[in-house]
Ligand binder design. Structure first.
Ligand code: OGA
Ligand code: MN
Length: 282
């Protein structure tokens, strides 16, 4: 068992883990303690001053479960298809090497799949001098803060999630990313008990949730908008200011995140490697 220190970053979400090298060996007892600390911190851990080669990031991520290979193939790291590049860099031909958009809207990774993602690990190789932060919201804390009648109403609801939703919102064109009709929409309960903690958790997000089943469109929009506004109240949110070498691990089952794209035009470069751990059926 290796020792590490856990320093909360806010009362509701996020903790920094100090004294652990993710690229080195992490024994089973230490890994179990890390997972417990992760849940304790609302599903968000920050590891600073890491030096994670692609293979080491893949191996550490695999401890949590199987890794997914993202549908946007052109952003995968050659030789390491489990690594999805989030980047503003361009190659010699002027083509983006990674996704330059990287979630500039609130979302939970892969909520449009069944089962959706368990977790993501994002590792910063280059960061702009300022800007490019990421916001994280604790969806279990948001659920807890809803009044009992609303919680009861939500408990019987099912929402539809679709990858194309956000592409329509931002009019990127679905075709450019995945081709038409390659990803059917999926259904998830609006309140999803967390698989490890059992905690009731809101599981809808502006990026991929299109509507709540069985409701009229205006009702669905009203309920979803109320939940989206509620869930990202400042007291449920931690804002991460990135440094090179930061590795941030989030639980997609209990958090949403939002990349802040405020550094375009400043000349700043942001280049990151993401691994995504697949979830298991509910
Ligand atoms: C992601 C993502 C946020 C960011 O990689 O899943 O949403 O700040 N990135 O780049
Ligand atoms: Mn994301």
């Amino acid at each position: 068992m290796m020792s590490f220190e856990v320093r909360p970053l806010s009362p509701v979400i996020g903790a920094e883990v100090v004294g652990l090298d993710l690229g080195g060996p992490v024994d089973d007892a230490t890994f179990a303690a890390l997972r417990a600390a992760w849940f304790e911190a609302g599903g968000l851990l920050v590891f600073k001053e890491q030096s994670l080669a692609p293979q080491a990031q893949v191996e550490f991520s695999r401890r949590f479960g199987d890794l997914e290979v993202h549908v946007a193939k052109r952003y995968l790291l050659p030789g390491h298809p489990e690594i999805y590049r989030v980047s503003t860099k361009k190659d010699a031909q002027g083509k983006a090497v990674g996704n330059p958009e990287s979630g500039r809207y609130w979302h939970s990774d892969l909520s449009y799949l069944e089962p959706p993602a368990m977790a993501s690990l994002l590792y910063a190789l280059e960061v702009p001098p300022m800007g490019g932060d990421t916001l994280f919201a604790n969806m279990a804390a948001a659920y807890d803060a809803l009044s009992p009648p609303i919680r009861t109403m939500l408990s019987s609801m099912t929402a539809v999630h679709d990858y194309a939703h956000v592409l329509r919102l931002f009019s990127h064109g679905v075709r450019a990313h995945v081709g038409p009709g390659t990803l059917p929409s999926v259904r998830h309960p609006v309140v999803r008990p967390h698989q490890e903690t059992g905690r009731a958790t809101l599981y809808v997000n502006p990026g991929f949730t299109t509507h709540i089943e069985g409701l009229a469109r205006h009702e669905s929009d009203a309920v979803l908008n109320m939940l989206f506004e509620h869930a990202v109240r400042p007291e449920f949110v931690y804002r991460h200011r990135w440094s090179v070498g930061d590795a941030v691990l989030w639980d997609n089952r209990s958090t949403m995140h939002h990349a802040v794209h405020d550094f375009y035009g400043t000349g700043g470069v942001r280049h990151m490697h993401r691994t995504t751990i697949m979830g298991t059926a509910q």
